[in-house]
Design a protein around this ligand. Structure first.
Ligand SMILES: Cc1cc2nc3c(=O)[nH]c(=O)nc-3n(C[C@H](O)[C@H](O)[C@H](O)COP(=O)(O)O)c2cc1C
Length: 533
């Protein structure tokens, strides 16, 4: 509990200065100083707005002091540039402002190097539109779905109870309830805190089948049917992989397993909990389609989908081929970019495994167009989508909606301390330590979650209207421009074109290597039948 040391010392010194045999002239300033410091510390511990101050009374003010004088002393500081942290300070600042519902505009124009390679922008219109209602939504549910879900185009991405604290889950779900958008449970099962929040849920089934598993850790249709029947559960998502650690199972150390986590996951206490790297409920693309059909029956027709980070592109085509052969299609697919986040992952995986979002999304979108199934399946996307430009670009490249995990973590107070795997999160977001998570006040943070969502869609509405469109779903690759090699300007249509509908079925157009992979795909196995990938 070293984080309370400063407060304990100041209270001790206050008591000492009270009993010290000194003249009042000396005593009063001491009592005054340590009295104020102790009062400040006690106030910090009891206030509900700032989690850092609740966890680091008195000490936490140093952080805010430096934040306050940062603009003035920036040139003297070692700046945390892009390479140092996943999200720059400026990028996070906009999220904090939108969460707090305060002014999020910037003065003096862009800081971006608009003439350097990689700079991207959206084209605007001379005839812009004003969009009043920015609660943009889409219907998710294909031809076999009996209970389509009317979803916001921006939702909370999967983060499990276990990776996140109970208070974080509660704040996120209450925020989703206030804002009318969805909250993905992550692979850790559906907890009492999800239920308490009352917000719409996407129930995620990972390789550990937490929340719907039998005693041997395999999928339990009975337990699944019970969870899927809950009214809060609007969609079911099979997790194949996440961008930050594709092909890696999950590990929750025994020390982090609380009775509530054990209850939500359906696992024993005191034993490290491992989720395998791959599913046991299916082994081939055809079996995966059968599993999707099974889940749809057990859930009485709720939308069923899967989430993955694109690895071997041929494997995704194997799934598409199985869809064609079985005429079973998921209602949605979520593409996660390699740039996505996680509570914990080996560096090599976090840095060099899995396909970045832009390429993964374009590939999946075009493969589904290629087999003529794109209209039956909604495409979601996630991977560093915290600003309206990120969302607009992703919709232009083929997504129907976007999810964010760390954007909403910032909204509930995450300061990117990157201590998620230590259980010592300073803001109570990714810890099971009851003291630390107590610093996160679900009521006030829930409102910030809803604010962030609403203000992000408002910013998206402004960009959509400026482009002369009336819904962000109408952004297309030609609205996106980018600079290549410090001079050339290219459009998204040139770099990430929508391939023609049915081009794979007609075996035409082998641009970008789609056709050669399609010819090497099989619905009977994910294994390659030659030495290629
Ligand atoms: C703390 C944390 C826990 C996560 N847990 C899960 C999980 O249980 N299941 C999953 O599919 N993805 C999980 N993810 C990945 C996110 O859902 C998301 O796909 C990824 O972080 C990209 O979004 P972002 O850039 O907005 O964070 C987790 C991410 C974080 C940061």
């Amino acid at each position: 509990m070293s984080r309370y040391t400063t407060l304990v010392i100041s209270i001790f010194l206050l008591l000492v200065s009270l009993v010290l045999p000194l003249g009042l002239v000396f005593k009063l300033p001491l009592i005054g100083f340590f009295g104020c410091l102790s009062a400040l510390g006690l106030y910090d511990m009891t206030q509900r707005r700032h989690a850092v101050l609740r966890n680091y009374p008195i000490l936490g003010h140093i952080r805010y002091f430096f934040e306050m004088i940062r603009p003035e002393i920036r040139q003297y500081l070692i700046e945390d540039d892009q390479d140092e942290v996943p999200f720059s300070r400026d990028a996070r600042a906009v999220v904090y402002q939108r969460a707090k519902n305060v002014e999020d505009k910037r003065a003096f124009g862009t800081k971006m190097a608009v003439y350097s390679s990689g700079y991207q922008w959206l084209t605007h219109s001379i005839k812009p539109k004003h969009i009043e209602d920015t609660d943009f939504r889409i219907d998710i549910g294909g031809p076999d779905c009996k209970q389509p879900y009317n979803a916001s185009i921006y939702n909370i991405s999967a983060m499990s109870f276990g990776a996140l604290s109970a208070n974080a889950i509660l704040a996120l779900n209450k925020g989703a309830k206030i804002g009318g958008f969805a909250h993905d449970t992550g692979e850790g099962g559906l907890s009492r805190y999800h239920r308490e929040g009352g917000g719409d849920l996407i129930f995620e089934i990972g390789t550990g089948y937490f929340g719907c598993r039998d005693d041997d850790g395999n999928f339990s249709p009975e337990k699944f049917t019970k969870v899927a029947a809950e009214d809060q559960v609007k969609m079911i998502e099979i997790k194949l992989s996440q961008g930050a650690k594709p092909g890696q199972g999950g590990v929750l150390p025994a020390a982090k397993i609380t009775p509530e986590i054990a209850e939500a996951r359906g696992i024993p206490m005191g034993k490290t909990c491992r989720s395998p790297a791959s599913h046991s409920a299916f082994d081939t693309p055809l079996e995966m389609m059968a599993f999707i059909k099974h889940l749809r029956e057990l859930s009485h027709g709720k939308p069923i989908g899967f989430k993955l980070c694109i690895g071997h592109r041929r494997e995704f085509m194997c799934i598409a081929r199985a869809m064609l052969e079985t005429d079973i299609t998921p209602d949605f697919i979520v593409i996660d970019g390699k740039e996505g986040g996680t509570g914990a992952a080996p560096l090599e995986f976090a840095n060099h495994m899995g396909m970045p979002l832009v390429e993964g999304l374009t590939f999946a979108h075009n493969t589904l167009r290629g087999v003529g199934l794109r209209d039956r399946i909604s495409l979601g996307a996630s991977g560093k989508l915290i600003h309206a430009f990120d969302i607009a670009r992703t919709l232009a490249l083929g997504a129907d909606w976007c999810n964010s995990a760390r954007g909403f973590m910032f909204a509930i107070g995450c300061i990117q301390a990157q201590a998620c795997h230590t259980n010592h999160c300073p803001t109570g977001v990714t810890t099971q330590d009851p003291w630390r998570q107590n610093a996160l006040d679900p009521e006030s943070k829930a409102q910030r979650v809803a604010n962030f969502h609403r203000n992000s869609l408002k910013a998206l509405g402004d960009m959509t209207g400026a482009a002369g469109l009336d819904h962000p779903g109408k952004f297309l690759p030609h609205h996106l421009m980018m600079r290549e090699k410090d001079r050339d300007m290219v459009t998204g249509q040139q770099v990430y074109p929508y391939m023609p509908e049915g081009f794979l079925l007609r075996e035409e157009d082998d641009r970008f290597g789609y056709l050669s992979r399609w010819r090497r795909s099989s619905s009977a196995s994910f294994e390659p039948f030659d030495d290629g990938v």
